[in-house]
Design a binder for this molecule. Sequence first.
Ligand code: CTP
Length: 400
Amino acid sequence: MGIFSGKEVVLGVTGGIAAYKACEIVRELRKESANVQVILTQSGAQFITPLTLQTLSKNPVVMDMFNLISESEIGHISLAQRAHLLLIAPATANVIGKIRGGIADDMLSTVVMATTAPVLIAPAMNTQMYASAAVQENLAVLKSRGFHFVEPGEGELACGTVGPGRLADVGKILEMARNLLTEKPLAGKKVVVSAGPTAEPLDPVRYVSNRSSGKMGFAMARAACRMGAQVTLVSGPTALPDPPFLATVRVRTAEEMFSAVSRAAEDADVVVMCAAVADFKAKKSASVKIKKEDFDYRLELSPTVDILETLGKKKGKRVLVGFAAETDDLARNAREKMRRKNLDAIVANDVSRADIGFESDDNEVRVFFPDGEIRELPLATKDGIAVGVWLALNGKLFRR
Ligand code: CTP
């Protein structure tokens, strides 16, 4: 079950060229099982039709304040009360000004005033309008009143100017919405998560690595961030983009990962090593490309630094969590690693199974604790598993 599942999201669409991006927002919300109720302002309808939004949202689009039919079915007060989240994307300078000024002269501004749900505003407008004293002051006042914002992106705008004002990426808007709908059991915690493989160079073009995609570690980092933690994600080379709203440090080798994790771990409450750190590196990486003719080239390996084991030797109050990817004898191997590395918990998964292995979006894990307790987390998306792991850790380790 995703975060939006069973949630009522009211989406306000106002009159800017970015209104067409509301279609993608509706689609993504629907894909994640939200019930989406669109309110389209009169000027919004100049840019996009109610029929489009109605088809995508599978709900009638509300436009008029005093339409007797829509008022009897989905009156403004009932919309305001039902909403778990009110998202305005795109939000024009005009609607921002109205909300600040307490004007309630259409359906959207009235619902904003009447709701107790969190209100997330994604402004989009011309760069000069965005920079204007009026808009900046309105934004500051609304922030101080507890409204949430996804800042606009920078770039070339539809009007031809270059600068801030473009509607934030849809992915970022949705992630902020997920954050707002998630409880915050990890508030105040500083968390370090490592992810992905490491790549150990053999020469300037070749390296030794492994099949880790980074998906599980990124899911752990995103979940912790949504649950209120301050997160640093240290990632080896992966194809995944930096998740919004957390700090991502990109590294290549085990040595680089060791430095980045150690630095971030200094004032962290918990370090979760999800990365598949290469166990071996070339004893000496060649400074020029090894040629095919060097067929008698011998690759000599030496062990990499064991990051968790090193952290486990001077642990202090920090909670240390490992991941164990096993192909056989899962419980015994996992427990042995937990003991050897002095961990507070280890999350074990069976990577020999094709349905939950490296590149898969799903996983199924068991969390082992030193006192013998085991939490089983059945097959779910890696995002779902990540939430389960954090809840298991939170219940067991952070309440001491
Ligand atoms: N780990 C680490 N540094 C390493 C190797 C592993 O910090 N050089 C961490 C991993 O991030 C993981 C845990 O140790 O959280 C277990 O990793 P794994 O590779 O399964 O264990 P190893 O100790 O390397 O044992 P083996 O590869 O022999 O199974």
